[in-house]
Design a protein around this ligand. Structure first.
Ligand code: F6R
Ligand code: ZN
Length: 186
């Protein structure tokens, strides 16, 4: 038997930053999310380059059996009354599930499946199972960055198209100092 010791990948749990391992990073800006937010005028008034969220991914081969892990850092802010959120998606391979773990900040995970929406509060230490066939989106109604670690099958893929017609059935809007969920369609 041969034995070797090696350093694992590392993450700073308080900030959600990967501190060791090769990273692919991608930032999504306001200008990339055409038609996503309810208030089109407020969306257009924001500089297109305003960053909304950054995803840092530890890459893995795009092969059956492999897993990807990535941290989403969703910045605080609003487009009109609507809080910053991720684009949201189904997995292309609908049967593939995912886990999210809350690391930093306080926010919401919106799940949608077959006409049913579920909101889960996301906070440091929260653990979220996203079942197969379930669209998912992060929302940040807080005042600081929301960071969440995700682990999903490398072959899952992202289907953004399927949500383009009707979107999610719920929007998270500012309400005084807090937020309220507004149901969009039946
Ligand atoms: C991967 C996953 C997350 C999201 C990320 C950005 O399956 O769910 O890593 O990809 O939170 O959100 P989207 O992809 O909806 O822009
Ligand atoms: Zn996903």
């Amino acid at each position: 038997m041969d034995l070797k010791t090696r350093m694992p990948r590392q993450i700073d749990l308080a900030s959600g930053q990967f501190t060791a391992g090769v990273l692919h990073e991608h930032t999504t800006t306001v200008g990339m999310l055409t038609g996503l937010f309810a208030d089109q005028a407020a969306w257009q008034a924001l500089p297109a380059g305003t960053p909304l969220y950054t995803v840092a991914i530890l890459p893995a081969p795009q092969q059956e059996g492999e897993l990807l892990s990535g941290v989403t850092h969703l910045y605080p802010g609003r487009v009109g009354r609507e809080f910053y959120m991720t684009r949201g998606h189904f997995h292309q391979r609908r049967e593939q599930a995912e886990y999210y773990f809350g690391l930093r900040g306080r926010g919401l995970l919106l799940l949608q499946q077959a006409g049913q929406c579920v909101l889960e509060p996301l906070f440091p230490g929260s653990v979220h199972y996203i079942p197969p066939f379930t669209a998912h989106r992060l929302i940040n109604p807080g005042s600081g960055t929301l960071s969440a670690l995700a682990v999903w099958p490398a072959t899952a893929g992202h289907d953004y198209q399927a949500l383009q017609a009707q979107g999610f059935g719920v929007r998270i809007m500012a309400d005084g100092d807090g937020w309220q969920a507004e149901v969009q369609h039946a």
